[in-house]
Design a protein around this ligand. Structure first.
Ligand SMILES: [Zn+2]
Length: 171
């Protein structure tokens, strides 16, 4: 069963839910149907459109920051599987996680202190900060956008979502 993109009342992407949850929101009139699939769900005497995108009737405040700790997978996805020093991608090099302030010097695993680095750059940087190693970062690391974070776990997002998820790159 596919998943449904939930938009806030302002049409900003908010969350991803199951079809069942989306139907409950629609039936309770807490959301309206924005996009549906061509196929229909068949119930006893009726058939329902399969929702792809729904919009909440009421505005939901979005938390400013994601509180979840970074993982190897989520950092690589945030950094688009690209070494943040030389630009090598996963097809070109072995990608690792680099702590800007090395762990050996008290650097923590936070969104701001961890970047994707190829093994060569990681070894070259060694036990130094990027400044000490004179290695420029392509982008200052930070917490991913709230929605981007939600989508990290969604390998099967529908193409139609693209219309609503353009804010995803504003990490
Ligand atoms: Zn590199």
């Amino acid at each position: 069963m596919h998943r449904v993109l939930v938009l806030n009342a302002t049409y900003e992407p908010l969350s991803i839910v199951s079809v069942k949850r989306a139907l409950v929101l629609l039936l309770k009139e807490k959301a309206e149907l924005i996009e549906c699939a061509e196929e229909r769900l068949h119930a006893a005497r009726t058939s329902l459109p399969v929702p792809l995108v729904i919009r909440l009737v009421y505005y939901v405040r979005i938390p400013h920051q994601v509180t979840m700790a970074p993982t190897r997978r989520s950092v690589l996805q945030r950094d688009n599987h690209t070494c943040q020093y030389c630009g090598a991608t996963s097809g070109q090099a072995v990608l690792t996680l680099d702590h800007l302030l090395p762990r050996s010097r008290g650097g923590e695993t936070t969104w701001e202190n961890v970047v994707t680095a190829c093994r060569t750059c990681n070894m070259r940087k060694g036990d130094r900060t990027p400044d000490e190693a004179h290695m420029a970062l392509r982008r200052r690391p930070g917490r991913p956008h709230y929605l981007a974070f939600l989508l990290l776990s969604e390998a099967t997002s529908r193409e139609i979502w693209g219309k609503y998820t353009f804010t995803i790159s504003e990490a």
